[in-house]
Design a protein around this ligand. Structure first.
Ligand code: ACO
Length: 324
């Protein structure tokens, strides 16, 4: 028997303000048609003025705790994946901890941009498997609307705000691919590609938060290759083939990247959870948001094999195979 990090509950929160593509037609030289056909995005949510990343994270966390039916006092630690924290420090994790009334355990943030939730899941899995924690709250939360350049049509139409939260708990497994929980992980980064996607400000450079800059087309071409190879690497570690995957829950950056990756893996699109049309790219929040939507609408069921993959600034990319 081995320790596994098993999903106990999931939840999400999306801010009330929904921005349709038509909103951007007034801001920049773009069209609903261009945004839909090039990215698959139809609308996205934006945080209200004064609403912070930790506010979104707390809402998602409460929803996951309700879904799991457990009290925050039973949680040993919080890991928040974000690149848009409320403040440079303290971490969003500790803010969420205080807001939830959790007075023991630990909290910290992980920063791997759009791959952040995959990185956070890998950390959580390692801590649970090694016995450092029994129950962890893993959150992806972002307010990318705060780092948009509203004059740059090539980026401002793509991103949205939101948060998703997953609770993982230690359970005994047989050590086979039939176990529930995280079965395999795969992480990668290559800092040589950092200029493909970055923010042009920061603490030790400009002293400002900066705005997002992206070389969309070169990144697009890298994304499909890297996502396919990391997803296949994670699957290989589980010892099962792509046929056995019930759901791909991918990072939601662009419908064409999602389709390209699924096609390369030989997984039909009716086994892919898609939320990019409603959420846009919510960076580290996109995978837990999509997973939560898939669980809430009954598509993802206990025992299903899920494969999640993401790529983002760094470049950083990775994948997780888990049985729900
Ligand atoms: N409206 C109208 N035209 C536009 C817009 C817009 N909003 N944005 C760009 N264009 C124009 C460009 O200027 C260009 O015009 P030109 O041919 O006259 O020069 C034309 O559209 C084509 O631009 P491309 O960039 O080649 O278009 P592409 O098909 O690559 O689609 C997109 C752009 C949607 C950005 C795509 O490249 C993409 O999704 N890239 C990857 C994004 C991604 O995965 N990011 C990683 C995760 S994000 C993270 O980590 C934070």
């Amino acid at each position: 028997m081995i320790r596994r990090a098993v999903p106990l509950g999931i939840g999400h929160y999306l801010p009330d303000r929904i921005m349709p593509n038509s909103h951007f037609e007034k801001l920049v030289d773009t069209s609903d048609e261009w945004i839909r056909t090039r990215s698959g995005i139809e609308r996205r949510h934006f945080a209200a003025e004064g609403q912070t990343t930790s506010d979104l994270a707390v809402r998602a966390a409460r929803s996951a705790l309700d879904n799991a039916g457990i009290d925050v006092s039973e949680i040993d630690g919080i890991i928040v994946a974000t690149s848009t924290p409320d403040l440079t420090f303290p971490s969003v994790g500790t803010m969420v901890q205080a807001e939830l009334g959790m007075t023991r355990g630990f909290a910290f943030d992980v920063q791997a941009v759009c791959a952040g939730f995959i990185y956070a899941l890998c950390n959580a899995n390692a801590m649970i498997v090694s016995g450092q924690a029994d129950r962890l709250l893993v959150i992806g939360a972002e307010t990318f609307s705060r780092i948009m350049d509203w004059t740059d049509r090539s980026t401002c139409v793509l991103f949205g705000d939101g948060a998703g939260a997953l609770i993982l708990g230690a359970e005994e497994g047989a050590g086979t691919s039939e176990d529930r929980g995280i079965l395999a992980t795969d992480l990668n980064s290559d800092g040589r590609y950092r200029e493909m996607l970055y923010v042009d400000g920061g603490v030790s450079t400009t002293g400002t938060a900066g705005k997002l800059r992206m070389q969309g087309n070169p990144l697009f071409r890298k994304a499909v290759d890297k996502l396919t190879s990391t997803a296949e690497a994670a699957l290989e570690k589980t010892g099962v083939s792509a046929d056995a995957v019930d759901w791909i829950v991918p990072h939601q950056a662009n419908i064409r990247i999602i389709q390209g990756t699924a096609k390369k893996m030989g997984v039909p699109m009716d086994r892919v959870i898609q939320t990019v049309q409603d959420h846009g790219n919510t960076s580290a929040a996109s995978i837990p948001l999509a997973m939560s939507v898939g669980v809430a609408d009954g598509r993802i069921k206990r025992g299903d094999l899920i494969l999640s993959e993401a790529i983002g600034g760094g470049l950083a990319w990775g994948a997780v195979a888990l049985r729900w």
